[in-house]
Design a binder for this molecule. Structure first.
Ligand code: XMP
Length: 516
């Protein structure tokens, strides 16, 4: 693989994704990894990421100069560029001027890294320190107002670096520079794509699972569905998927899993109809945190019962159930400090408190993949598009989109309004543009309206369309007025309990995406 040394997580993940977009497989390693640990991974090339620190700050992460003697091609970006210059005897200095945002650089020499670049280009910078003199043997390729040395390379030693961020879209020629490094500088071939993962994972899953049986909690979301489809491809009927219908799903979602997903993948599915059970557990409860706790607790109990049933059934046939499928993705792995070793923990963390007599080893076939790659794998495995492209939907479902206590009637009202909003957003071609659009029923609020000849006293529905990269922050989406108008007219006409539709125009922060 190409190893991205992580000096700052958000940068490293983006670089790793861009490398994969160039059809070269990449992995992230922490900056604390030693040169031996890095070489043990047999890297085809190494990229040092950007990071928040100054190379002169106390405790700033440094780069062992031995890394540059290994013969492996290295590229340094931003902080990684400065750390590289510093380690090889160049001069890094505090300039007093910070370059931040779109910045013009002059290219004096294309070299390998900047082949195909115009003499002047706009790039994305974010740094305080700057490289003032390149190390011996390096050729300076570019300069900017704040960076006397903005890019350099040593072709003989296959060492490259740039002050700007080629991984962000605000550096229009950034991907080209990355590809120059990968293809020309490091001599790599663009022969990887997410689909390659399928064959590898199928083999790995077979080796891990052997003849044992495997279970999976299927939610209808992208990750658990694609993980299940992969495991099914590997071990077929050894896998049992458990789908808990808690009655808090949106219109058509249970059918999507029970019919479309099963038809497309051939997964063996056990459906547990727990709608009544969740309704009675939630009766009279309006506090959001209490609702969440109840839904989480009931989910575990229902899943636990189902798992016991699968275990007992397997036992009757003399088989062993040892494995639980989880749709863990690469960002979770990187962010939990891992990459390695975390595979054999009990299921407790993700499915939450399964009892000790139900212990499973985890099967995590997506742990090397980013979300967009999971989607590509899902499409290749034939998972229905409606599932592959599903927007985020919270585990507690519509239970936390009814402000007030949850009843069967209120769920029906919300489901009807939600179905209309989703249908119109899809019709307007806005699904990929919006991160998600919670539709919320203010069950404890009533307002006066007039419909037909009569006065009404109904409930408001809130539309909460948001744009976001990662759900940590979000902005409200400026939906076209005519789409909003259609949704509003249809909901108030077609859903009798609703006489008002309002739009939530709050960003996050201060508002969260969900209302509860
Ligand atoms: P908030 O409301 O915190 O939501 O801005 C951020 C993202 O997380 C989703 N969300 C949840 N997902 N269980 C989940 O699986 C939950 O309890 C939960 N609460 C919020 C929300 O839909 C958004 O994508």
């Amino acid at each position: 693989p190409v190893l991205v040394v992580d000096f700052g997580a958000q940068y490293a993940q983006l670089i790793a994704r861009r490398v994969r977009e160039a059809n070269v497989y990449s992995e992230i390693v922490p900056h604390t990894a030693s040169v031996e640990q890095i070489l043990a991974k047999d890297p085809a090339a190494i990229i040092l990421s950007g990071g928040p620190a100054s190379v002169y700050a106390d405790g700033a992460p440094s780069v062992d100069s031995a890394l540059f003697e290994t013969g492996v091609p290295v590229m340094g970006i931003c902080y990684g560029f400065q750390a590289m210059a510093n380690a090889l005897g160049g001069v890094v200095a505090q300039t007093g001027t910070r370059e931040y945002g779109g910045t013009a650089v002059e290219v004096s020499e294309e070299g390998t890294l900047l082949a195909g670049s115009p003499d002047e280009q706009s790039v994305w910078m974010s740094h305080g320190d700057a490289v003032h003199a390149a190390p011996e043997g390096f050729e300076v390729l570019a300069t900017s107002a704040g960076s006397p040395v903005a890019a350099f390379e040593n072709r003989d030693k296959r060492l490259y670096g740039m002050q700007w961020h080629p991984e962000v879209k605000h550096s229009p020629l950034g991907q080209k520079a990355l590809e120059n490094f990968l293809y020309e500088g490091a001599g790599l071939k663009p022969d990887w794509n997410p689909g390659n993962v399928i064959a590898d994972q199928v083999a790995a899953i077979r080796a891990q699972v052997g003849d044992a049986r495997v279970i999976c909690a299927l939610s209808g979301g992208v990750d658990s569905s694609v993980a299940a489809a992969l495991v099914q491809k590997a071990v077929g009927d050894q896998l049992t998927c458990v789908f808990v219908d808690h009655g808090l799903l949106r219109t058509g979602e249970a059918e999507q899993v029970e019919q479309d997903f099963v038809a497309a993948t051939g997964v063996k599915l056990m459906v547990v109809d727990a709608r009544e059970r969740f309704l009675s557990a939630l009766a009279g409860v309006s506090d959001p945190e209490t609702k969440r706790k109840i839904i989480g607790r009931e989910f575990i109990r229902v899943f636990e019962d189902a798992a016991r049933e699968v275990v007992a059934d397997a036992g009757a046939h003399g088989e062993d159930v040892k494995f639980l499928v989880q749709g863990t993705l690469y960002p979770d792995v990187v962010e939990s400090g891992g990459g390695e070793g975390a595979a054999n923990i009990k299921s407790h963390h993700n499915v939450g408190g399964l009892p000790d007599d139900l212990q499973f080893e985890l099967v995590e076939p997506l742990r090397t993949l980013f979300k967009d790659e999971v989607r590509a794998v899902g499409l290749e495995l034939g998972v229905p598009e409606a599932i592959v492209w599903r927007q985020p939907f919270p585990g507690p479902g519509l239970g936390i989109r009814i402000v007030g206590d949850v009843t069967a009637e209120r769920l029906d009202t919300l489901r009807a309004a939600d179905a209309i909003a989703r249908e119109e957003l899809t019709k307007a071609g806005l699904d990929r543009e919006i991160w998600q659009c919670p539709v919320v029923l203010l069950a404890d609020v009533r307002s006066v309206g007039v419909q037909g000849d009569g006065r009404t006293y109904g409930h408001p529905i809130v539309l909460r369309p948001v744009s976001s990269e990662d759900a940590m922050t979000a902005d409200w989406t400026r939906l076209p007025y005519d789409v909003l108008a259609t949704i509003s007219t249809r909901i108030t006409n077609e859903v009798p309990e609703v006489n008002r539709v309002v739009l939530d125009v709050t960003s996050k922060p201060p508002g969260t995406i969900e209302w509860e």
